[in-house]
Design a protein around this ligand. Structure first.
Ligand code: AMP
Ligand code: MN
Ligand code: MN
Ligand code: MN
Length: 290
């Protein structure tokens, strides 16, 4: 077992989380996290604040991001860890990836208006801490607060997934570009929550194969999105594809997320933890974790 409480996936108000980078750092520390990364969607504007807050708390930190990718018609998320946040190509790639979100949000709002839900764009924007990053999560919060649904899960089920009135197909970054931006900025790319995608076995094989060919480093094995059975499935996949393994809660909010920071099982023995390969990228705040 890899006995390090690493939590390398969570979101702040800079994307679709509800806590500030500082509040997340404090929560990670209080939850016993020893190595932390803030991984906002398509955006690294919170990295300096997160790293500084971690430093003040004596918490080891890796820079992080979660990039939206379109792979054979589906959205896949690629986490980047330990990159140089000042890298211009990475910054430009992320800006380009965020760029389509305004039009998409307008189209989502139009779709919702057709089923009688008015003003969703303006409503969602009120919940977005970052005007460049209006996401489905912000629409979901608006629909809950305005009494259309009981919770965000219900909103996604009824309105925001494929085939529903607020769903708008969108083309995100390519897998090759996302892995390239992260890797060329000195970081490691990780396939986020693979158990969540609706790929056939062949399509999943293609994702892992192409990811590896593009220089991908690892895969999330232990994540808040996986069942215990999936911990084993994706540990096996990591070994089969020669990928390292990562661990992260995907925490978004104290009231919405079922998995808190730092509470997941440790990575199983025999896996190569991604942080051991990114050792020099860890911003040390005190003694090196064992
Ligand atoms: P977007 O990038 O705008 O498509 O929003 C994706 C985000 O929506 C994910 O990162 C999750 O935070 C959230 N999300 C996706 N599916 C669900 C769901 N079924 N229930 C609650 N939140 C979800
Ligand atoms: Mn999210
Ligand atoms: Mn994700
Ligand atoms: Mn996430």
């Amino acid at each position: 077992m890899s006995i390090l409480n690493a939590d390398l996936h969570c979101h702040s108000v800079v994307s679709d989380g509800t806590l500030t980078p500082e509040a997340l750092a404090a929560r990670a520390k209080a939850q016993g996290v020893e190595l932390w990364a803030l991984t906002d969607h398509d955006e690294i504007g919170g990295q300096q604040r997160a790293a500084a807050a971690a430093q003040n708390l004596g918490l080891h930190y890796l820079t992080g991001v979660e990039i939206s990718v379109t792979f054979i018609g589906q959205t896949v998320h690629i986490v980047g860890l330990g990159f140089d946040p000042d890298n211009p190509a990475l910054q430009a790639g992320l800006a380009q990836t965020r760029g389509g979100r305004h039009q998409r949000a307008q189209d989502m709002s139009d779709g919702l208006a057709r089923v009688g839900i008015k003003g969703a764009y303006a409503g969602a924007t009120q919940y977005a801490g970052n005007p460049e990053l209006v996401s489905r999560t912000h629409f979901a919060r608006f629909l809950v607060e305005s009494g259309v649904c009981r919770d965000t899960n219900e909103v996604f089920r009824k309105y925001l997934i494929e085939g529903k009135p607020g769903y708008v197909p969108h083309r995100w970054a390519s897998l090759k570009d996302a892995v390239g931006w992260i890797t060329q900025a000195g970081g490691g790319a990780v396939i986020a929550h693979p158990g969540r995608y609706k790929f056939s076995a062949n399509e999943e094989f293609a994702l892992f194969t192409e990811f590896r060919e593009h220089g991908g480093l690892g895969v999330e094995v232990v994540t808040g999105s996986h069942s215990s059975a999936e911990y084993i499935t994706y540990a096996d996949m990591a070994l089969e594809f020669g990928l390292a393994a990562s661990r992260g809660s995907d925490f978004h909010s104290p009231t919405e997320s079922h998995t808190d920071l730092g509470t997941l099982p440790y990575l199983a023995g025999g896996l190569q933890p991604v942080w051991e390969l990114l050792g020099q990228r860890i911003r040390l705040a005190g003694p090196v974790p064992a």
